[in-house]
Design a protein around this ligand. Structure first.
Ligand code: ADE
Ligand code: ZN
Length: 319
């Protein structure tokens, strides 16, 4: 029986497996610049975040209809459930779809076809978090937030993702203020490739409740001390860090040192179809390679529920 856990850092577009990409391409008459899954598989060698993002955005071309988004999410939920995920807080990138002519309503309603029945079908409760692309303008993010207002019953929070360096959190101050006024929860990627200062800025300027990745906090002892004292959850993604070369090897991952420093760490999969593993695979990898004790693994699983946006009663049921 896999350890029950919540997944708090998961991009639904990053769950697009090569087989489903080709199936959707055929269904929608989209031609991919790869002959077959074997040829596509050779493109999964990444140098850094940007080299991954290039492929991630390219393959999104196959996602066109509500049913495509429903199929994508159902495939993820089935895999996650099999690996012990009881609750998933799922990111999506609206601008990556609207800029291709796919309407926001198509994305949200399509995802909802799967998420709305996920507890019954997969035993997984869900929340949806809408991410702004930080390498697009703040104006575009604000327009996206306004366009999402009819769908806010389905959206729990906002996040910030895509190319980090050169796009500090402060760029999105007004957008996050407006999101807070709408009652949305706030998270942001920070300290994946960007400097530790972006982590502090995400907390102080954007008012985030969790930091996605946060890995580079380890370069700033005063920041580590603050994050530990304030119990700020960090949604770490170990296999992602290896594949995007933010750590040299899994054995070099700072997770054990982060736990020893008292940080509230969680373990997640980020873009599992691209990085070689779903939530349970990430747990297995850190258990084996970093020799984490059973107590540490239980702590990580417990943190995932405590750091979730579930209400207290829902959280107890999910665990
Ligand atoms: N979008 C999808 N995955 C991402 C990641 N790991 N970092 C930033 N943006 C992303
Ligand atoms: Zn991410």
């Amino acid at each position: 029986m896999p350890l029950p856990k919540a997944e708090l850092h998961l991009h639904i577009e990053g769950t697009l497996e090569p087989e489903l990409a080709f199936e959707l391409a055929a269904r929608n008459g989209v031609t991919l610049p790869y002959g077959d899954t074997g040829e596509l598989g050779k493109a999964y060698e990444f140098e850094d975040l940007q080299s991954f993002l290039n492929l991630y955005y390219e393959l999104m071309a196959v996602l066109r209809t509500e049913q495509d988004f429903a199929d994508l999410a159902n495939a993820y939920l089935a895999r996650a459930a099999a690996q012990g995920v009881r609750h998933a807080e799922i990111f999506f990138d609206p601008q990556a779809h609207t800029k291709r002519g796919v309407e926001l309503g198509t994305v949200v309603e399509g995802l909802w076809r799967a998420l709305g029945s996920s507890e019954a079908n997969h035993g997984v409760s869900t929340r949806l978090i809408m991410c702004f692309l930080r390498d697009d303008s703040a104006e575009s993010a604000m327009e996206t937030l306004r366009a999402a207002e009819p769908y806010l019953a389905r959206i729990t929070g906002v996040g910030l993702d895509s190319a980090e360096v050169g796009h500090p959190p402060v760029k999105f101050r007004e957008v996050y203020e407006a999101a807070a006024e709408l009652g949305l929860r706030r998270v942001a990627h920070a300290g994946e490739e960007g400097p530790p200062a972006y982590i502090a800025e995400a907390l102080d300027v954007l008012g985030v409740e969790r930091v996605d990745h946060g890995l580079r906090c380890m370069e700033d002892p005063a920041l580590v001390e603050r994050l530990a004292r304030e119990r700020v959850p960090l949604t770490l993604c170990p296999l992602s860090n290896v594949r995007l070369r933010t750590v040299d090897t899994l054995a070099d991952h700072p997770l054990p040192a982060m736990l020893d420093a008292g940080l509230m760490c969680t373990v997640n999969s980020d873009d599992p179809a691209y990085f070689g593993g779903y939530a349970g695979d990430n747990f297995d990898a850190v258990r084996e390679t970093l020799a984490l004790s059973e107590g540490r693994l239980r702590e990580l699983a417990r943190n995932s529920f405590l750091a979730s946006f579930l209400e207290d009663d829902e959280e107890l049921r999910a665990r």
